[in-house]
Design a binder for this molecule. Structure first.
Ligand code: SAM
Length: 262
């Protein structure tokens, strides 16, 4: 090392929608050479799905750290966890380690990673890099894209996402009913993510706008528990809260120019 400290690096990798062979070659190569990998869990103490996906690519010497991001609770409580994890990652890099951080799908799409990124860029002088005002990515960070859930669902269900001059909106169903309805009215193709607790509302909107036959929903796409519905009208989920029976990993694709055969 010529007396110089070893430079650490953080590799943030999207691990795709679920199937182990839907991660990128680049991510697989990086995973094989890490000192430590940080993997999220949906519930405290539960197994990390992201870790299950990539386990076969890890070196046996790589340390695995799981952490739990709060899905519910106050904003302040969530921010405290983001601060803590960002600080841990920063320290790992300062200590010269090759650090992995894995996220489902793509890391830059509806991912908690982005909250960590904001914090790490603000504090990056600690890592003796250029000030955060400069938009060039810092040399201590590499973000590896992943296959998003909706790309996988489009492929598996053979439903095109968008073509030619069609417009495409990607929306979280945590948005207001007005926002969701405007998207259904004004875009040709719509991806609805985080459907699980709002399925009844979404299905009513699709019914009102005559879009049921242009919609496909998939839960746990590319995982062994995968389910696909091409006729949402038949799903008996009218009752209050019935949508909560859906997997958290449920997404709807709508393409007004693609009518599903019955
Ligand atoms: C926090 S977002 C993560 C999105 C992820 N970064 C991506 O690129 O797809 C979680 C939402 O992604 C969607 N999702 C993720 N994995 C999925 C899968 N295997 N099947 C269906 N939907 C999935 C669901 O809509 C879920 O509520």
């Amino acid at each position: 090392m010529n007396g110089k400290a070893k430079a650490g690096k953080l590799y943030v990798m999207g691990v795709g929608p679920g199937a182990g062979d839907l991660i990128t070659v680049r991510a697989a190569r990086i995973l094989a050479g890490l000192d430590v990998v940080y993997a999220p869990t949906g519930k405290r103490g539960a197994q990390s799905l992201a870790h299950t996906i990539i386990a076969e690519y890890l070196s046996p010497t790589t340390e695995v750290c799981t952490y739990h991001f709060l899905m519910q609770g106050s904003r302040a409580a969530k921010e405290a966890v983001w601060d803590e994890v960002a600080q841990t990652l920063r320290e790992e890099v300062i200590n010269g380690r090759k650090v992995g951080f894995i996220t489902l799908g793509d890391p830059m799409l509806f991912s908690t990673w982005v909250f960590l990124l904001q914090r790490m860029l603000l504090k990056q002088t600690l890592l003796q890099q250029t000030p955060s005002r400069q938009m060039t990515p810092p040399s201590w960070l590499e973000i590896v894209p992943g296959i998003t859930s909706f790309s996988a669902i489009s492929a598996v269900s053979a439903m095109p996402l968008a073509m030619e001059n069609q417009t495409l909106a990607v929306i979280s169903c945590t948005a207001s009913e007005t926002v969701l309805e405007q998207a259904l009215l004004h875009y040709d193709c719509i991806v609805l993510m985080k459907v699980y607790s709002r399925f009844s509302l979404i299905r009513d909107l699709l019914y009102r706008h005559n879009l049921l036959r242009h919609a496909v929903m998939m839960a746990d796409a590319t995982l062994p528990t995968e389910q696909c519905w091409r006729d949402l009208a038949t799903l008996p989920l009218h009752e209050k809260n019935a949508g909560q029976e859906l997997s958290y990993f449920s997404t709807i694709l709508i393409n007004k120019n693609w009518q599903l055969s019955r």
